[in-house]
Design a protein around this ligand. Structure first.
Ligand SMILES: Cc1ncc(COP(=O)(O)O)c(C=O)c1O
Length: 392
């Protein structure tokens, strides 16, 4: 495969070995591997082998890493047991006591909790900024800043970060950048092309795509992924062979599924934006979204996640969720079936009430992750659920 190979072909072929006879990949369950262990190699901080002991890597993991590094245009990738496994491994590999990290006010709640609760316990200082203002990142830089961690679009508010501006700033100050590309997926956005150092994903979402695999990935330059691997074997956030296998299987069809998500989400967002019971719709694909121009400039599609504020706040949002017939009232996103949830209710374990308010999670905010259903059916269902709400 060379650099001209298209994403759809890479997703199908980037892990194939010459001479291989299996069409579907085999599943390797062994934990130790015999004879291939090179006794001269140092085991701790070992040179990468996927046939030594499963915590250090395994053949199904390697195939997943090949596909995801190709999809992201990266030199190398490290698969992990979950998206949080990828994010925590990356942060712990790069940061030490006394270091400073810049994150965003709007991010996935687990990442926010890691930054706001766990990092300070390790003596790591954290600033959270308004990602919609590139100068906010610059103002937050200190002599101790080692890392800028961004998520764009952010979950669940769909705020965008100007990836080229943040990576240019970081390079000027010798700061490493990480972008969580889960919501966009490599179908819609390539942060590495815009100068970001590392991309992380929850592959649990649209990448695996069927709500049955838990997986994560870190992708970037070989030298940085080597640093990640050394921390990873110690933390042990290892993806199981079956989750790697399911994720690999999901990736084969990611492009078609995400294109359908893009179409469904735009149709749903337009319907909601025109509905009198909806106070605000957050979706960068809408032409009046405050960051629509940035979305068009740095991505080729707008993704399957949107959120909205409903008139009548928490009570109306709860009424809507209980009247919807197609989406399940559930966590997660990027699957085959639409999922709708009130983030303020879902993330009470990760965020205190104050942290939740600071992250912009109002009680009437509903997050809607479209699935692969027919768009008219989704719109009809939302319409009947909104019509069933008592008049204000
Ligand atoms: C943007 C984003 N990043 C990371 C994660 C964590 O992923 P996982 O559940 O696979 O650990 C999530 C989970 O919802 C997410 O939405």
């Amino acid at each position: 495969m060379d650099s001209s190979t298209s994403l759809e072909t890479l997703l199908l072929c980037a892990d194939r070995d010459a001479g291989e006879r299996d069409i579907a990949p085999p599943l390797h369950l062994s934990v130790p591997f015999a004879s291939l262990f090179d006794e001269s190699a140092e085991v701790s901080g070992a040179p990468h082998s996927d046939r030594f002991y499963r915590r250090y890597g395994h053949p199904t993991q390697t195939r997943l890493e090949k596909v995801m590094s190709a999809a992201e245009g990266a030199e190398a990738a490290l698969a992990t047991a979950s998206g949080m496994g990828a994010i925590s491994t990356a942060l712990l590999a790069l940061l030490s006591q006394g270091d400073h990290v810049i994150g965003q006010r709007s991010m996935y709640a687990g990442t926010l909790s890691l930054l706001q609760d766990l990092a300070p316990r390790l003596g790591i200082h954290v600033s959270l900024v308004d990602q919609t203002d590139p100068s906010a990142f610059e103002q937050a830089v200190t002599h101790a800043t080692k890392l800028i961690m961004v998520e764009t679009p952010s979950n669940p508010l769909l705020h965008l970060t100007d990836l080229a501006a943040v990576s240019a700033l970081a390079k000027e100050h010798g700061i490493v950048t990480i972008a969580d590309n889960t919501v966009a997926t490599p179908v819609n956005q390539h942060p590495l092309e815009l100068g970001i150092d590392l991309v992380v994903h929850s592959l649990t979402k649209a990448a695996s795509g069927h709500s049955d695999a838990l997986a994560g990935i870190i992708a970037g330059a070989e030298s940085l992924i080597d640093v990640m691997r050394r921390t990873h074997v110690l933390l042990g956030s290892v993806i199981s062979p079956f989750d790697a296998w399911l994720t690999l299987r999901g990736l084969r069809t990611m492009l078609m599924r995400v294109e359908k998500h893009n179409r469904n989400a735009l149709a749903v967002a337009r319907f909601l934006a025109a509905h009198p019971r909806i106070a605000a719709v957050h979706y960068p694909g809408l032409s009046d979204h405050p960051q629509h121009a940035l979305a068009v400039g740095q991505s080729s599609g707008f993704g399957g996640l949107l959120s909205f504020e409903i008139c009548g706040g928490k009570t109306a949002a709860e009424g809507l969720l209980s009247s919807l017939r197609i989406p399940a009232n559930s966590a997660s996103l990027g699957g085959t079936r639409s999922l709708a949830v009130r983030p303020a209710a879902m993330w009470t374990r990760e965020l205190t009430e104050n942290q939740s308010a600071e992250a912009g999670l109002s009680p009437g905010l509903v997050r809607f992750a479209v699935g692969l259903e027919q768009e008219d059916d989704l719109i009809a269902d939302l319409g009947q659920a909104l019509d069933s709400l008592p008049a204000e």
